[in-house]
Design a protein. Sequence first.
Length: 422
Amino acid sequence: MLWTDLNNKRIGIWGMGKEGISAKRAVLTYAQPASVIEVNEENTNEIFKCDILIKSPGVSLYRSEITEAKKQGIIITSGTNLFFANKNPQATVIAVTGTKGKSTTSSLLAHTLKTLGENVVLGGNIGVPLVDLVDTQADYIVAELSSYQCADVIGTPDVGVLVNLYPEHLPWHTSHDKYYQDKLNMIAQSKTQLLNALDDRTHKYTDSYNRFQNAIYFNDTVYEDGDYFYNGTQKLFPCTSLNLTGEHNRKNACGVLTVIRHLGLNLTDCEQAFKTFEALPHRLQTIGHKNGLTFIDDSISTTPETAIAALKAIGHAYPITLIAGGQDRGQDFSDLIDYIKNHPTVQLITLPDTGSRMAEVAHKNGIPVSTCKTMPEAVQTAIEITPVGGTVLLSPAAPSYNMYKNFEERGTDFKNCIEHYK
């Protein structure tokens, strides 16, 4: 939808967070609307006074109001779609999505391109909203897209990158099937599709699109063996050059290298970028040492799979106390509990709401659990039960919204509890 399509139209903007504010500013800058209506949860009936509704990512595409608006002929769009329709055509857009790791992958890619001397900007679900970048003169735009943004995106990224895919965000998407399909919607529209090695369940969805026959699978040609990164038979540089912990981060780095390879840039020159990249906050971030213990904040973890990845990344040479639990979205914790059962050096502390279900599964497997109600209680318990030389890991395996505004607030609370512990 071009800016001129908004002229003389009644424009609604549902959600006045960062993206909604940017969408409103862009509409008033580039178009001449008849009116702009701010829509929130208290005045959703205003939707039906609009000709066009710009929906923020947090508003589910499957809400009844959206369904009814479409029936009445109201056009539903987003700031992301306005960006794709009106962006600088000279800029190469590299869109990155995935259940987990997309922020780190996007940031590492942007950092690597910048280190290689390229003119690049980072935006989307991280950094600035994409609609703020329509006039950018950068040669490359790295766009991190959430499943919410991918679901109804209409646009053609030059490169679409999928770092991984497993069940998440059930309330917004209404089912795991729709989540998978919504996530792949953006990748399906990309000119070049770079996909991580996918499991059989995911292949079911890529096959259903019938648009992935020419996809490039990273961790295939560009891969790592735990010691070195490779481009085919060419040894590039040691994995220790990557300033990030864990196999999952090495796999994501292979995605970055695959993009660099596709762009025709020098892969060996990426080593310096990998060395100088700093881990993003709340993503396996070592936040301190106290009482002979190491404290790691992985508050970004909202699924059992990411908690397992965090445990693997730390390793089991020394004891680990895992603090887990958060908003209940029907997660299956059996694999996480099995992992803990097979690694006796791991102790488990649980928090509401999923903590009770997690503890129930653990008890059935003969695993002792310390059940806590608050973060201060969990941190105090962890310090008391973790042997000297061990690690206290916050990797909740669940979203934060039952107790916190977001995962950042949860991670900050964890850090504050550590600092205030006597």
